[in-house]
Ligand binder design. Structure first.
Ligand SMILES: C[S@@+](CC[C@H](N)C(=O)[O-])C[C@H]1O[C@@H](n2cnc3c(N)ncnc32)[C@H](O)[C@@H]1O
Length: 213
């Protein structure tokens, strides 16, 4: 079972192969233009630079992350400063230079609501199967009725066990409902040599959205 300690240990050991140096190209390609100041939730945010891009588009970004190291590295890597206050079991870090808040703690203890949009890259697929339904329900409860969702999933066949876990189209639709639509798919074995080490027979990345506007 993947526990919170599993992730904390991965950050301590620097085993963060999921982290991408640049901004995710699929975010830039598929994120719509939303009203300025829209509240964007980034669950299980790690230290992703995607939060910087979203803040630069004029949104109020809230990332939620278990590991204090991820937060310290995000701040340090981007030469930022922040102020912190405690709220229950969560630490709220407010970045001074950009409209970004980093919530340090367990996502399931984070109960704010009324987010206008959500960006999930490597969050749903980080959740083991028994937690996925709870994760999606918890996320939907954080969002307004008309909220926009951009979701990036992986589906693969091969020897390796997750995380990231393979989550197929049927499961995505079962979890998020019929309103979720697939926008694009990429066979990473064709486009990225890292996926051709013999561990996989297929490896597909898909982009999904819920757009009710
Ligand atoms: C696969 S990483 C993805 C990070 C980020 N979305 C990205 O694209 O780089 C999953 C992250 O979720 C965090 N995490 C796992 N379980 C969590 C939980 N219950 N609450 C908050 N963060 C969690 C881990 O520490 C890790 O940084």
């Amino acid at each position: 079972m993947i526990t919170n300690d599993f992730w904390l240990e991965r950050w301590q050991a620097g085993r963060i192969g999921f982290h991408q140096e640049g901004v995710n190209p699929k975010l830039m390609d598929y994120w719509p233009i939303l009203a300025k100041q829209s509240k964007v939730l980034v669950p299980l945010c790690g230290k992703t630079n995607d939060m910087i891009w979203l803040a630069e588009q004029g949104y109020q970004v809230t990332g939620v992350e278990l590991s204090s190291l991820a937060i310290i590295e995000f701040i340090g890597d981007n030469d930022l400063t922040y102020e912190t206050h405690q709220q229950g079991s969560l630490k709220i870090h407010k970045v001074n230079e950009l409209s970004i808040r980093l919530i340090e703690g367990d996502y399931f203890a984070f109960n704010e609501q009324n987010f206008d949009a959500c960006y999930d890259r490597a969050a749903l697929v980080a959740m083991p199967e028994p937690l996925r339904k709870k994760y999606v329900q918890h996320t939907l409860q954080r969002l307004t009725d008309k909220a926009f969702l951009l979701l990036i999933t992986l589906q693969y066949q091969g020897d390796k066990k997750g995380p990231p876990f393979s989550v197929g189209a049927e499961e995505v639709i079962q979890l998020w409902g019929n309103q979720i639509k697939k926008l694009a798919s990429e066979n990473l074995m064709e486009t990225n040599p890292d996926y051709r080490d013999g561990s996989y027979t297929s490896f597909e990345e898909s982009v999904w959205h819920i757009d009710q506007n």
